[in-house]
Design a protein around this ligand. Structure first.
Ligand code: G3H
Length: 510
């Protein structure tokens, strides 16, 4: 049985205090950020944020109205016009400043992540530091790639003389709407904010409810850095009340969304604007007979159970060759038993999942597998939102867990008799985010990687988005477009061309 560790709060600098005090109203509710100011909503209503560990209200945020959304988008439109005229090096300078402030205040922001989404304390700090680095990298990459354009001449196309010089450059799209998910409310917000701002866009952030307070703290770091009023704003509230209004708003010129099925609904409702989406995965881990089983087991546990499996890129199904399955399962079991289980403040490996309904969903998948005969490698155990890590062996394709994303610390193992069977299972999924293959034969690994219908395949390592400048994309229902810093900057720009027409052909003579 995995160990249970008692709570041990380690943060000294508290959320909503010090430089963050102005985020909080006299009633203790967190304000929203509009036109460079922290404001209370006219709705007079707030949305509670339930701490997944205590299952009590931890924070309250404003329930913004449609009128407030309109004002934010109007301000974003105005601010973007002058931001686009701000020299690239100045935009980069401000982003570097925001990154430094973000890293300086990593502790209170990490504390929010611990309280709102039960992220283990160390991982919470890592998320904030990684976010600062991401913002700095955006500044540097933007200066490089936005500082360059193309020069074309007309005589390469049949029938043309060299009478036209074509100059291309990248211009901003306008107002970007960023909607990050609960599992990385800071990092997956800045992965949209950084590229948007360096490219000359303004940005409206709608954070997830769980994670909203961490996002508000992060936005305040941009405020402290001195970005112009209205350029970045953050509206909080129920997706059911302002979600459609935001995503269908005519003032929005691009949506960058990370989350679940809601993304599919957004893509159907959004107008003729560029969309960038990452909507989850059912990442398969294929283990061949010649694999280094110790390496595979370590990656299965890290990939399957870090942040309690609540990552789009988590290992979500192990497809192992039957001849090595017993040995692999024993190695994984030996590591699972060592995972610590308990509160995020104590940095446990397995912490409560984000909501009670998530825990219920995970339990539903476990019970379905039980009823259909899966082998439980550990006893199923749950206390509130806390679910003990569970490895399910001998899972078959008729079980829901073979196909659905638990987004929890439950990992199915399917025994396969051929590589083709593994590839077939991977490709039969609606998802196609990442996958991984463990083998010592690089030639086989390349063939399998090419055969897997996923945006990325990791050879001899668990799936992962980072480093954050790598391209990150999903096929099928896993998403639209590609992310990663460079791709996001390019996605948030349009190509503009100017053609100089000459009265007579002009050839460079040398
Ligand atoms: O949850 C979705 C994230 O994009 C996964 O990011 O691989 O860094 O955990 P990660």
């Amino acid at each position: 049985m995995a160990h249970f560790k008692p709570p041990n709060v380690a943060f000294t600098q508290m959320a909503g205090t010090g430089v963050f005090a102005e985020l909080v109203g006299g009633d203790g509710e967190f304000k929203y950020y509009s036109d460079g100011e922290w404001k209370k909503s006219c709705s007079g209503k707030s949305v509670p944020i339930i701490n997944p560990t205590t299952r009590e209200t931890q924070f309250k945020v404003q329930a913004c109205t449609k009128e407030e959304v309109n004002k934010v988008i109007d301000a974003a439109k105005t601010a973007q016009k002058s931001w686009a005229k701000t020299p690239l090096w100045k935009r980069a300078e401000l982003l570097h400043k925001a990154a430094a402030i973000l890293k300086e205040h990593r502790n209170p922001i990490a504390e929010c992540l611990v309280k709102e989404i039960a992220k283990p304390a160390k991982d919470a700090v890592t998320e904030v530091v990684r976010s600062g680095d991401l913002v700095s990298y955006c500044a540097e990459e933007g200066v490089r790639i936005l500082g360059e354009g193309k020069f074309l001449v007309s005589d390469s196309f049949p029938g043309n003389e060299r009478t036209k010089y074509c100059l291309t450059s990248k211009i901003p799209l306008g107002v970007i709407l960023a909607i990050p998910p609960f599992n990385y409310p800071v990092n997956l917000a800045v992965s949209k904010i950084g590229p948007a701002l360096i490219a000359g866009n303004s940005l409206v952030l709608k954070p997830p409810t769980q994670g909203a307070v961490a996002a508000l703290h992060m936005v305040h770091c941009f405020h402290l850095a001195g970005f112009p009023k209205g350029l970045i704003s953050c509206v909080t509230g129920k997706g059911s009340e302002i979600g459609d209004f935001l995503t269908m708003h005519p003032g929005i010129n691009c949506i960058s969304f990370t989350g679940g099925d809601t993304g599919i609904a957004i893509s159907k409702k959004a107008g003729m604007i560029p969309l960038q989406m990452e909507l989850g995965g059912k990442d398969a881990c294929i283990i061949l007979e010649d694999a280094d089983l110790d390496l595979a087991a370590a990656n299965i546990v890290k990939g399957g159970f870090s942040y309690s499996g609540q990552r789009c890129t988590a290992v979500k199904v192990v497809l192992v060759m039957d001849s090595v399955a017993d040995a692999l399962v024993e190695k994984v079991k030996a590591k699972v038993v060592k995972l610590t289980v308990g509160p995020p403040e104590d940095d446990c490996d397995i912490t409560p999942v984000v909501t009670e309904s998530s825990a219920n969903f995970i339990e539903g998948l476990v019970m379905d597998a039980k009823q259909k005969g899966a082998t439980f490698c550990q006893e199923y155990k749950r206390a509130g939102n806390l679910i003990w890590p569970l490895l399910l062996d001998n899972v078959r394709p008729d079980m829901r867990i073979a196909w659905e994303e638990p987004f929890g610390p439950v990992l199915p193992v399917i025994r396969i008799n051929s590589v083709e069977e593994g590839i077939h299972h991977c490709n039969a999924s609606n998802f196609g985010l990442q996958g991984c293959v463990f083998t010592r034969d690089i030639n086989k690994a390349i063939l399998i990687s090419d055969a897997m219908e996923t945006g990325t395949v990791q050879i001899n390592s668990a799936p992962a988005r980072g480093p954050d400048h790598f391209p990150f994309q999903g096929l099928k229902d896993s998403g639209i477009g590609s992310q990663g810093i460079t791709n996001s900057i390019n996605m948030m720009t349009k190509i503009k061309t100017t053609v100089i027409n000459l009265p007579t052909p002009s050839y460079t003579m040398g």
